[in-house]
Write a protein that binds this ligand. Structure first.
Ligand code: TYM
Length: 332
């Protein structure tokens, strides 16, 4: 059976990009694979976090994973820091990846220049070595498949390169993983600035749609979405980014092809209204499930504890294998 691993940072509010690009795919194919999904709290601290908020967000993220339809009886749901082997393997991989490879990561360049005075002087070293920890997250579960949005493509390529290098230096140790990127909505764009990806740190609050936002607010954001002045509905991200983004969102939410959908519309208003309705109808059951779960914290604790145990069982074996291959003395 194919092994799957993916993760989401427990920071900010989970938005429609996270949902359509990643979480929804995870829920859709959980029955076909042996899947591991986690809240990557160790990644969250690459930028400074408030401790109380981190704790609360981690719990909320775990509730979100269940709310989007991941069944803890079917897949393993866990908190990354509950499996200490991730950081142990990360160090071995930091010593395998090169400084040059890390320096070329576009996500590091983007995030580090947005912080402080843009000089990179005060960004954490963890932000720089982040891709080694991400590679460890994946390789430690022998994952073949990693369902992510398009923005994680470069990290996945690096993970493969690192695994390949490790295998050729020390013998076959890691499975080479592939990114599973959805055909539609792999990069959901900001509703106000459709040439930027929708993100938790959007400039305008109207640009990102939180998956737990109330339905009136979601409808309002779609109504105000930026399009263009030509009033021609066509799927073409180059010349019509706003309209194409709405078509992708509608297509992903209704499982239809955005290009064919474009033929059905002559007015932006109708497209916006249908996109909002489609999004609301996929999110409503998710919202309901999450409020039920947050009302039963004991159940969530049980899910998290069981996930940690299952994840540790698999991860400990891989780390032992990697350490032996590298020449560490086994404890007697
Ligand atoms: P994160 O927390 O930023 O995002 C979680 C998932 O959501 C996807 N995503 C999007 N998809 C489509 N459109 C968007 N606008 C959009 N924004 C985010 C992301 O691609 C991701 O799949 N580094 C990762 C977390 C991570 C991870 C891993 C992922 C850590 N270890 C191991 C996979 C495997 C991140 O920051 O995702």
């Amino acid at each position: 059976m194919t092994r799957v691993l993916s993760g989401i940072q427990p920071t900010g509010d989970v938005h429609l990009g996270n949902y359509l690009g990643a979480l929804r795919q995870w829920a859709l194919d959980q029955h076909e694979h042996d899947s591991f999904y986690c809240a990557v709290d160790l990644h969250a601290i690459t930028v400074q976090q408030n401790p109380e908020e981190l704790r609360a967000k981690t719990l909320e993220t775990m509730a979100t994973l269940v709310a989007v339809g991941l069944d803890p009886e079917v897949c393993t749901l866990f908190v990354q820091s509950h499996v200490p082997y991730h950081t142990e393997l990360s160090w071995l991989l930091e010593c395998t990846v090169s400084f040059g490879e890390l320096r070329r990561m576009t996500q590091f360049k983007d995030k580090s220049t947005k912080q402080g005075d843009g000089s990179q002087e005060h960004v954490s070293a963890g932000l720089f070595t982040y891709p080694a920890l991400m590679a460890a997250d994946i390789l430690i579960y022998d994952a073949d498949r990693v369902p992510v949005g398009d923005d994680q493509r470069q990290h996945l390529e690096l993970t493969r390169d690192v695994a390949d290098r490790f295998n050729s230096r020390y013998g076959e140790t890691f499975v080479l993983p592939s990114a599973a990127i959805p055909q539609i909505a792999a990069r959901v764009m900001d509703l106000q600035e459709p040439t930027n990806k929708m993100s938790k740190s959007a400039e305008s609050a109207l640009g990102a749609v939180g998956i737990f936002e109330d339905v009136e607010s979601i409808a309002k954001k779609f109504k105000r979405a930026v399009t263009d002045s030509s009033n021609e509905v066509r799927f073409d991200f180059e010349s019509k980014p706003g309209v194409s983004n709405l078509l992708s969102i509608l297509g992903a939410a209704t499982d239809r092809d955005p290009e064919l959908l474009a033929e059905q519309y002559t007015q932006y208003g109708a497209l916006k209204a249908d996109a909002a309705d489609a999004v609301i109808s996929v999110l409503e059951p998710v919202q309901l499930r999450r409020s039920e779960l947050l009302a039963d914290p004991a159940e969530l604790d049980r899910i998290i504890a069981r996930g940690a145990q299952k994840a540790c069982e698999v991860a400990s074996v891989t780390v032992r294998r990697a350490k032996e291959a590298m020449g560490f003395l086994s404890p007697s």
